[in-house]
Design a protein around this ligand. Structure first.
Ligand code: BG6
Length: 520
């Protein structure tokens, strides 16, 4: 049984206007691709509407698809108008925004293209464009290297009088070795401070709020350690399947797609020590320390502490959906995992002995991303009415999406004669407190890159430290017998083996199937 109380905001602050980016030309490689239409253009349009782009801000899209700047604007208009990421679409605002957009046909794999790009940027410069260049690599991973080398060879990577930065989308390599190679090429051509490796989870307000929750409150930090915490659960559940990305997903799988970056970042932010300052190096230094405290798993540990899953047919929101192997473009005998659960251990002073359970999957019962910190039970069950009765322990739930907020569960006396304890929840909801006009991840990250703040981007050594954890798991999976796939139905909580992973003692995952009650 659970009663509910609501933690109302003490003040209702006005949202502080976002700052303005520097002047620049944003050069997007992969401009005719999916990410540009779904995320980048809606975010840039929103930033322009909020007055966050400099008057001298322009976009130059690069792609192999033959089209004129006019046709590019038309395509982007359709994408922005229909995207749910675009907040206040209006034809008048778009007409203004689109004047800043240009397109150049080119093959980023071809080294002859880069002198042409340079000439085009110089031409723009003479007609009044900014000399600062923000290169955004939103292409399949294999094209990233020729782009970086092409920019270096044509001298677009540096300029004494202006800045030149590069934003790199994931996947950043596919294992430790390829990530190292990519880092080496990047750093031969750009200084680390000019490299922005995107993990869009770090741009989410609720993820940034985890840092505030931990390091702006004195209440929780003293108990945030192995003396008080029993275990930590990190979940990223999605209802979507592979959609149109079968080719990419078949190569990638859930471990590389979600755990190697987003979930390890959530884990690091949950577990890191306080940084000495809120700046790029101090924050990233502490995250790297967490990754370094997770030892690469042996084969036995992989067999014992990881679970792979793949969805079979089932129902999502009452509607039948196919299994992964029946999706368009997927090998009917595919052994790619669409679900992963892993028990990590962080071998440091603060967390020794506390399991961190991480799980993610496609086609699960409902979308739910959260970090749940389960505290130990009280040493004595003072109010238990029978020897077997358990008093629910405290839980802090950091809701990333769609329940954006924080839930604090504690015991309260049920009214009546007996001293009976029921769990109640203090609920802080982002939307109730601040409305729903908070910036979305790509807006925050694009603006940070334009302003030269890499705090919310991953550093080269951080990426390598992430792969140092993930690559041994991939390697051992390749040696171990493949699980019987499919092993969970679409619309469920995931494979039974994942439940068993956490089922020792009184532990358990929070259920994905049943939604948590929220305060009205
Ligand atoms: C991407 C993954 O990085 O993150 C996708 O490639 C996944 O497979 C997506 O769906 C999830 O992002 P979000 O912001 O919807 O949680």
């Amino acid at each position: 049984m659970s009663a509910m109380i609501e933690a109302t905001p003490v003040i209702r602050p006005a949202i502080t206007p976002l700052p303005k980016g520097d002047s620049c030309v944003l050069v997007i490689f992969g401009a005719s691709g999916d990410l540009t239409q779904r995320k980048l253009i809606p975010a840039l349009y929103d930033l322009a509407c909020m007055g966050c782009t400099h008057p001298q801000f322009q976009v130059l899209g690069i792609g192999r698809t033959k089209m004129t700047s006019e046709q590019f604007r038309g395509r982007m208009r359709d994408a922005a108008a229909s995207s749910k990421e675009t907040r206040n679409y209006s034809e008048e605002m778009w007409a203004e925004f689109q004047k800043r957009m240009f397109y150049l046909v080119g093959d980023a794999n071809d080294s002859d293209f880069y002198p042409l790009l340079r000439a085009r940027l110089e031409e723009m410069r003479t007609s009044g464009s900014s000399a600062n260049h923000l290169f955004y690599v939103s292409t399949p991973a294999s094209v990233a290297q020729p782009i970086i080398q092409g920019l270096g060879a044509s001298g677009l990577n540096e300029d004494a009088k202006s800045w030149s930065r590069i934003v790199l989308e994931k996947p950043y390599g596919r294992d430790l070795e390829t990530a190292r190679e990519l880092n080496a090429i990047v750093l031969r051509n750009f200084a680390e401070r000019d490299v922005y490796r995107i993990d869009h989870y770090l741009g989410k307000e609720t993820v940034q709020n985890m840092l505030v929750f931990r390091f702006a409150n004195s209440l929780f930090e003293p108990v945030w350690n192995r003396n008080y915490v029993d275990y930590v659960e990190i979940t990223a559940a999605e209802t979507v399947g592979v959609e149109t990305r079968a080719a990419f997903y078949e190569e990638t799988g859930a471990l590389r797609d979600m755990v190697a970056n987003h979930l390890l970042q959530l884990l690091a932010i949950t577990a890191m020590e306080p940084p000495i300052a809120f700046d790029a190096d101090a924050v990233r230094e502490q995250k790297v320390q967490v990754f370094r405290s997770i030892h690469p798993m042996t084969r036995d540990e992989v067999a014992r502490s990881t679970v792979r899953g793949q969805y079979g047919p089932g129902q999502i929101d009452g509607r039948p959906v196919p299994g992964y192997r029946q999706e368009h473009g997927v090998n009917p005998r595919s052994s790619t995992e669409t679900f992963v659960a892993i028990e990590f251990h962080i071998d440091n002073w603060r967390w020794a002995g506390v399991p961190f359970y991480v799980r993610t999957g496609k086609r699960l019962a409902r979308p739910l991303t959260e970090v749940c910190v389960h505290f130990k039970r009280t040493p004595q069950a003072l109010f238990a009415r029978t020897p077997d009765e358990q008093i629910e322990p405290n839980v802090v739930v950091l809701g990333i999406q769609p329940n954006e907020g924080i839930v604090l569960q504690f015991g309260a006396k049920k009214p009546g004669e007996q001293m009976q304890v029921v769990p109640v929840q203090a609920n802080f909801s982002y939307r109730t407190a601040f409305g729903d006009q908070t910036p979305v991840a790509y807006e925050t990250l694009l603006l940070d890159a334009m302003r030269g703040d890499p705090t919310l981007f991953t550093r080269g050594d951080e990426i390598e430290a992430e792969w140092r954890i993930i690559t041994p798991i991939e390697q051992e999976w390749a040696q171990l017998p493949s699980p019987e796939f499919p092993n969970y139905a679409a619309g469920s909580d995931g494979p039974e083996a994942a439940r068993q992973l956490v089922a020792g003692g009184l532990r358990g995952w929070r259920t994905i199937t049943a939604p948590l009650r929220q305060a009205a």
